[in-house]
Each structure stands twice: as structure tokens, then as C-alpha cells.
Design a protein. Structure first.
Length: 227
């Protein structure tokens, strides 16, 4: 599988992290993960009484990038900001399954959008592009979503994921054995910091879900990887 940034994104300072997992077992999250996630959310809520969501470094950096790409960050909030805003209202995330729960935990911890997809529901190579008037899909939010001026990932069948909301087509379930995780990393991180973050995330994910993982980093200097 080839994963690449579209040529139209070559002028932007993007850093996209990729983790490919195989032979994982997705199930109900262990109590340790549920407890850790709940405690983390409660601590975030207290922190956000002093520092509003939009002033948190990772959230602010992605809002700025959102605007640079041409989308309105107030109308189309990236997924990490949406999660943070829920927590600021004490509308805490409820456990779903071990893959989604850890994915959400990473998103809160690193303050970045992250998507996770079932590899067996993907077809062919993957390209990350910038959406136009015709880019849309049925999302996990239960709505038909337009992705104009928003980053999105697409395979041979069409668009399936973005830092805004992911599609229903490639959702990870308890039957998933191979998964692809896309990290929309903060551009201010060095390549070394990005690789360390991905390695740490891959290690924790497989400690819970088993399997093996491979990491890669896409940027304007290195726009393509093969997994």
C-alpha cells in the first residue's frame, strides 16, 4: 500500500504520521484504559477552567492550519477540538471499544486530530488531498459531510477520512484485524519528535490490542511511503 500527499499540498508545512497495525484484536477496553481515560478527561476539564480550549497549543496550531488551508475553524472544528469542547462541558467520552478509545485518548493527549481505519475496507493506494466542492461522504456523526478546503484521505473507492470527521465506510469494529492510523501532527514538531510520538503511540496501542505496528512520516520533503 502506497500512502502519499497530493502534489497540491507541497507548499504547506504538513506532517502526517502513519501507523499500520496488523494482527490486532479489538474488544471492550480494559478497565485500566477506561479508568485512565476518565481521569485524564477530569483533569483536562479542570485545566480548561484556566486555559480555554482554543488557547491550548495543539488546538490553536491546528486551528491556524485549518484557516491557512481555506476552511473556517469556527464552523468546521477539527476532531481534537470537538473532543476538547465536549470535555469542557463535562460531556465526557464514553467507552466504545479498545481501538477507538485509545485513538481518542491519543487525540486528547497530543491535542491533534487522529483517524483510525479498517485496512480490509480500503481499496488500493491512499492519497491525502485537499477537498473541493465535490468532496463529501456519510460520516460517523450521522450526517453527510462536505469537505471543501479540508484535508481528506481517499482510496480507489473515494474519500474515507479527514481531521474533521471520518466516514462510516472504513470504521474500525471488533472484527477489525488490520488498521491504519493517521496522525495529523503539529507542524511545529521536529521529524524526530514526530517519530518518537508515533513509536510511543504504536507501543501503547499494541500493548492493549496486540499485533505489530509499522510507523512512517509524510511531509513535503518526504511525501510518499509504502507499507
Amino acid at each position: 500500500m502506497n500512502i502519499s500527499l497530493h502534489d497540491s499540498l507541497s507548499t504547506y508545512d504538513l506532517k502526517i504520521g502513519i501507523i499500520y497495525y496488523n494482527k490486532i484484536v479489538v474488544s471492550d477496553s480494559p478497565q485500566m484504559i477506561k479508568g485512565r481515560t476518565q481521569l485524564y478527561q477530569e483533569n483536562l476539564y479542570l485545566e480548561m477552567q484556566e486555559t480555554p480550549v482554543t488557547e491550548r497549543p495543539g488546538i490553536a496550531e491546528w486551528r491556524a492550519l485549518w484557516k491557512l488551508l481555506g476552511a473556517d475553524p469556527n464552523r468546521y472544528r477539527h476532531s481534537a477540538e470537538s473532543l476538547m469542547r465536549r470535555i469542557a462541558k463535562q460531556n465526557y467520552l464514553t467507552p466504545f471499544h479498545s481501538a477507538v478509545d485509545i485513538n481518542n485518548f491519543f487525540s486528547l493527549q497530543y491535542e491533534i486530530p487522529i483517524g483510525i481505519y479498517d485496512v480490509n475496507k480500503l481499496e488500493g493506494d491512499i492519497t491525502i488531498s485537499l477537498g473541493n466542492d465535490d468532496t463529501s461522504y456519510e460520516g460517523l456523526n450521522g450526517r453527510f459531510n462536505s469537505l471543501k478546503n479540508i484535508l481528506y484521505s481517499h482510496d480507489d473507492e473515494g474519500p474515507f477520512g479527514s481531521p474533521f470527521v471520518d466516514s462510516q465506510r472504513t470504521a474500525v469494529t471488533e472484527q477489525t484485524t488490520d488498521a491504519l492510523q493517521i496522525f495529523y501532527l503539529r507542524p511545529s514538531l521536529t521529524d524526530e519528535e514526530c517519530m518518537q510520538l508515533l513509536a510511543s503511540a504504536g507501543k501503547m496501542f499494541t500493548q492493549v490490542n496486540g499485533g505489530d505496528y509499522t510507523i512512517a512520516l509524510l511531509s513535503k520533503e518526504h511525501p510518499t511511503t509504502t507499507l
